[in-house]
Design a binder for this molecule. Structure first.
Ligand code: SAH
Length: 214
């Protein structure tokens, strides 16, 4: 992994991404460096302009994606915690992308419910990164599918645990057991959903990309 980073990410790493990494380096919630690169590259490949993020924390994935958008691109970023976003704001401002970000503080599900009541939002989004509240991923999926355009993508973070299906015979903390079952349920549901095609990337915990086909 170190070799891969030394020959891809590090030599061309942006100062702003480095700075943000330092802010959050010790927290396991943060998107990994390679996951940030994948998100950034994918948005450029699909020419994304209008995107959403659920679960901002201190903005590592937010900055990685904001940097990939054209100057008039937009991100609707949602989190229940404004303070963490404010921590990363100076770095995002310095990177010159703050004008692309519209931060909304609060619970995401009710917000999405409001959004899908308005027809103008249907099929309006190029990409959505879901990185919060795993136990609601399936509820998110039901709503997000209305918002993502055909050919657009939704990405679900942490669809495995450190890249593995947690074995049941391991001594598991309660919350790991809880999320294990929820994530396995999600993975089962996504693969048979005829409205999307999926691709699973084994980076970080794993990210599952769902391309909307109808
Ligand atoms: N994408 C971030 C990590 C997100 S961590 C990064 O790259 O660093 C998960 C975040 O989800 C936390 O900041 C938490 O406050 C937020 N969260 C938890 N429940 C939420 C909800 N119901 N709606 C929106 N955000 C939520």
């Amino acid at each position: 992994m170190r070799y891969i980073f030394e020959t891809s990410v590090y030599p061309r790493k942006l100062e702003s991404m480095k700075e943000l990494r330092k802010l959050t380096a010790k927290n396991i919630m943060t998107t990994s460096v390679d996951e940030g690169r994948i998100l950034n590259m994918m948005l450029k490949l699909i020419n994304a302009k209008n995107i959403m993020e659920i679960g901002v924390y201190t903005g590592y994935s937010l900055l990685a994606t904001a940097l990939a958008l054209p100057n008039d691109g937009k991100i609707l970023a949602m989190d229940i915690n404004l303070e963490n976003y404010e921590l990363c704001l100076p770095v995002i401002q310095k990177a010159g992308v703050v004008h692309k970000i519209d931060f909304s503080e609060g619970l995401t599900l009710p917000f999405l419910y409001q959004m899908i009541q308005e027809v103008k939002y249907h099929g309006s989004v190029d990409f959505i990164f879901v990185d919060a509240e795993k136990d609601n991923y399936l509820n998110y999926h039901k709503r997000l599918i209305e918002l993502v355009k055909v050919g657009g993508v939704s990405g679900y973070g942490n669809t495995l645990w450190n890249g593995y299906v947690v074995p049941l015979d391991a001594p598991l903390k309660k919350y790991v057991r809880y999320y294990r079952d929820i994530v396995l349920e999600l993975n089962k549901a996504l693969v048979v959903d005829p409205r999307i095609e999926i691709c699973r990337f084994l980076i970080h915990d794993e990210i599952t990309l769902c391309r909307c086909i109808s």
